[in-house]
Write a protein that binds this ligand. Structure first.
Ligand code: GLA
Ligand code: ZN
Length: 689
């Protein structure tokens, strides 16, 4: 975080009369905002007909915003190709999985591989870059808007063939690694390779197989290809912007948090300067804090650097109907995003739309221009942030534990979901929630991220494995790390085929065991486990159970019942200076909480006892430690802060603390600060001259 987090908003000058712009700019400033994002969908106004650009209005809008003290983020408008372009090139429209064309009249109606779309995008982005790329009033570019979608058109099919040819070089390799002898699917020409014939969304049903089931290698590669196609489309734009703009202007893209499953965000993040994301917490019908917290940590983990929230929910939302945040929740969720690493929180949107699809998607100001409760809440938030800006400057979230987020595993499980209890997102979320429930700071990172600095690394669903990743994980453990693995780890190779190896493949030695049998039950069906020795580990595993034969591993818990009663349920294997823990079934809340109490407590990490619905987020400030406590419930909550937690006396900058006790109002928060204890001198210090 560079300084105090900044606040901003999305603004669409093209949707409002020109006479209103100056008043809006001034009201935004009076609300405490200082960053405004514009132009992201304005293609028809920026290029009313092919090659005829009209940037005068945009220049004027930028001028008005800058004069009111705002930094401008310019969006490239490619998420909304104009009608004239589609009329000229109807082939731009993408094709859905079911063969239907996604027609004009919405947005994201383009195929990223279509040459006409790529040419038109390059043209408008180049013109914008040439005009505003050296403009001091513009501080950043947002490319497109929320990239996503998989296109099934013939252009994409041909592009997929070239992609496969680059990857495998020969058809015989492809036939080999996909195992196309199965069901007579051997290809004798690249052009025969189909796009996987799947329903657009998985069919409901407990085991997910009531739909077409393409070759798993084909399914995984098509997902990789679709992700690459969108990243290539983004790169087309970053290339033009890097050619035309001052490097001072940073390039970003608004991503969609952890929940969005279509793009390898690790690969995307390499192409941009700053990761941004869009945060709509009340979309989560469970109204839990875990979703947006996980999203924040996963987005920060992409570059292991501060992020921008380019769309923060400002009010009730929905296209057809809408759900409303409670009073105070906009403040709470904005603060939560900041606690997870956001240095900019920009609300969506300044003013509710009078026209168009999003009339129910409320901005800070009402559609009729009325300033009300939401505006007051944002204004108060701006004041509150300014009051603690000194402490937040230079602060970053504390990463005690790394949770691994792997897109190959995620994509492979989409292709071939087995038991819903083993769902990728659910697995990551459950382990993440258990860790955060103990007050631990979590970095959600790629398996290729440097891991050595973490005491604990958790891989809740590393379904796809290869030898080199297995080596990396083994080195991590040998070096003293604690690795936690969950069931169905390493059962597929990078081509989504089953390795001819003992399970977990390439990791059996590290885990000190072999999985010799497994049973899949209904996702909610649980069996109890019983802790060995101290009996600390308790709870249920559900849905999926594995029987393991330990070689060198010992049991931390055994199955107390069920098909594998009496056999190890959770194991640990000492390797080098570290340990590999293997959980043989899907842990429920209690099992995972107990597991991490044992593992993290044993590793000497500081733990907090948190009441239900209270979230703790620890940050390391420049010279102090910070602790934010969020009460996400609608009742008062009390948290006891042990004096051993933190390095000194906690002092409340927001809220109050007395005698180690913090009382949190419903949907309230506390911001605590403690001086950092002097770091112990390096043992080498005495020997230095
Ligand atoms: C997304 C988009 C915005 C807007 C909001 C609300 O996050 O990026 O343009 O559509 O949703 O619908
Ligand atoms: Zn296409």
């Amino acid at each position: 975080m560079i300084g105090a987090p900044r606040l901003g908003c999305a603004y669409y000058p093209e949707q409002w009369p020109r006479e209103r712009w100056a008043l809006d700019a001034q009201l935004m400033a009076e609300t405490g905002l200082s960053v405004v994002r514009i132009a992201e969908f304005a293609w028809s106004r920026l290029e009313p007909s092919e090659g005829a650009f009209d940037f005068a209005w945009l220049d004027e809008a930028i001028g008005i915003l800058a004069a009111a003290g705002h930094d401008v983020i310019l969006g490239t408008p490619t998420a909304a190709p104009p009608a004239w372009l589609i009329e000229q090139h109807p082939e731009i429209l993408p094709v859905r999985a079911d063969g239907r064309v996604h027609k004009f009249g919405h947005r994201r109606h383009y195929c990223p591989n279509e040459p006409a779309m790529r040419a038109a995008s390059e043209r408008i982005v180049r013109a914008l870059g040439q005009r505003f790329g050296r403009d001091e009033r513009v501080s950043a570019w947002q490319i497109d808007n929320e990239l996503g979608g998989r296109c099934y058109c013939e252009t994409c099919r041909a592009a997929f063939h070239s992609w496969l040819e680059r990857r495998y070089e020969s058809l015989s390799t492809l036939n080999d690694v996909w195992g196309t002898a199965f069901w007579s699917q051997e290809y004798t020409a690249w052009s025969q390779v189909p796009l996987p014939d799947v329903a657009a969304t998985p069919a409901p049903g407990p085991f997910g197989f009531s739909r077409n089931a393409p070759n798993p290698g084909l399914g995984l590669d098509f997902r990789r290809f679709s992700s690459d196609s969108l990243i290539e489309f983004l790169k087309l734009q970053t290339k033009v912007l890097r050619e035309t703009c001052d490097p001072r202007q940073r390039i970003t893209n608004n991503l969609m948090g952890f929940g969005f499953p279509e793009i390898d965000y690790h690969a995307l993040a390499e192409e941009i300067d700053v990761v941004s994301w869009d945060n709509y917490p009340v979309i989560d019908t469970t109204r839990q804090w875990v979703g947006p917290a996980l999203a924040g940590d996963a987005m920060r983990g992409l570059k292991q650097a501060p992020v921008w929230v380019l769309e923060q929910q400002a009010g009730p939302l929905g296209w057809e109907s809408f759900r409303s945040p409670h009073p105070g929740e906009n403040r709470l969720f904005a603060w939560q995003a900041i606690a997870h690493g956001a240095e900019l929180v920009s609300f969506f949107r300044w003013r509710t739309a009078r026209f168009g699809t999003e009339q129910h998607w409320h901005g800070i100001v009402d559609a009729n221009g009325r300033l009300g409760r939401r505006r007051d809440e944002v204004r108060a938030l701006a004041d509150e942030l300014a009051g603690v800006g000194d402490a937040l400057a230079g602060a970053h979230p504390r990463g005690d534990v790394a949770v691994l987020h792997d897109y190959d595993s995620r994509f492979a499980l989409q292709v071939q979901p087995t038991n819903p209890a083993l769902g990728y997102e659910a697995g990551v979320r459950a382990h993440y929630a258990a860790l955060r429930g103990l007050g631990l700071g979590v970095d959600v990172v790629s398996p290729r991220a440097p891991l050595a600095g973490y005491r604990i690394v958790v891989a809740p669903s590393l379904y796809v494995m290869d030898e080199s990743l297995a080596e990396t994980l083994t080195e991590y453990v040998q070096g003293g790390g604690i690795l936690v693995l969950a069931p169905r780890t390493a059962v597929k190779d990078r081509c989504n085929a089953i390795p001819e190896r003992p399970l977990p493949a390439w990791l059996d030695r590290l885990c000190g065991l072999e999985v010799v049998d497994y049973m899949s039950f209904g996702p909610e069906e649980g069996v109890a486990i019983r802790g060995e020795d101290d009996g600390l580990l308790a709870g249920n595993l559900h849905g999926w159970f594995e029987r393991v034969e330990p070689a060198t591993a010992t049991a931390l818990a055994v199955y107390a019942e069920g098909p594998f009663a009496g056999t190890p349920a959770v194991t640990v294997n000492e390797v080098g200076d570290g340990r590999a823990v293997y959980v043989t079934g899907v842990g429920d809340e209690s099992a995972l909480q107990h597991l991490y109490l044992l593992v993290a407590g044993g590793a000497g990490l500081e733990l907090l006892v948190l009441p239900h619905d209270v979230e703790a987020a620890a940050l390391a400030g420049k010279s102090s430690d910070l602790l934010l406590l969020f009460n996400h419930s609608d009742e008062e909550r009390t948290v006891d802060i042990d004096v051993d937690v933190g390095n000194g006396e906690w002092r409340a900058r927001i809220g109050s603390v007395s005698g180690g006790r913090v009382v949190l109002e419903p949907r309230g928060l506390a911001f605590l600060e403690a001086e950092r204890a002097p770091q112990p001198a390096s043992p080498l210090a005495d020997t230095l001259p």
